[in-house]
Design a protein around this ligand. Sequence first.
Ligand code: ZN
Length: 132
Amino acid sequence: MDVAIRQFVRGRAGNRCEYCRLPQAAAQYLTFHVEHILAQQHVNDDSIHNLALACPYCNRYKGPNLATVHPDSRELVRLFNPRTDVWADHFEFHGPLMVGRTPVGIATVILLKMNDVERVEMRAELLATGEF
Ligand SMILES: [Zn+2]
């Protein structure tokens, strides 16, 4: 992928993960990824409209997934799309915990393991130091 495209994606994201909002500056030991929102195995789209900045946690757990099963309804729910959805419509933070506000948000929080102990502890430390 072109360096200029990577830089554009990073800048557009404000150097934060577009899923969990982790700032790259607060996690400099982690390399954030420019990921395909609709994975290449589903569609061949390298355009900026299909790219997002993701921390290694979100990138790993999202993988090629486009949807997951909602835990209560057992219905298939699509994942959050940083290009077409507004983050604050679907998510909010309760302290260091990330909470889904919609079925899309709930499904994304679960599939991307947003509240794994390690991630919540990291957010709590960043909140304490004012970095998050
Ligand atoms: Zn993330």
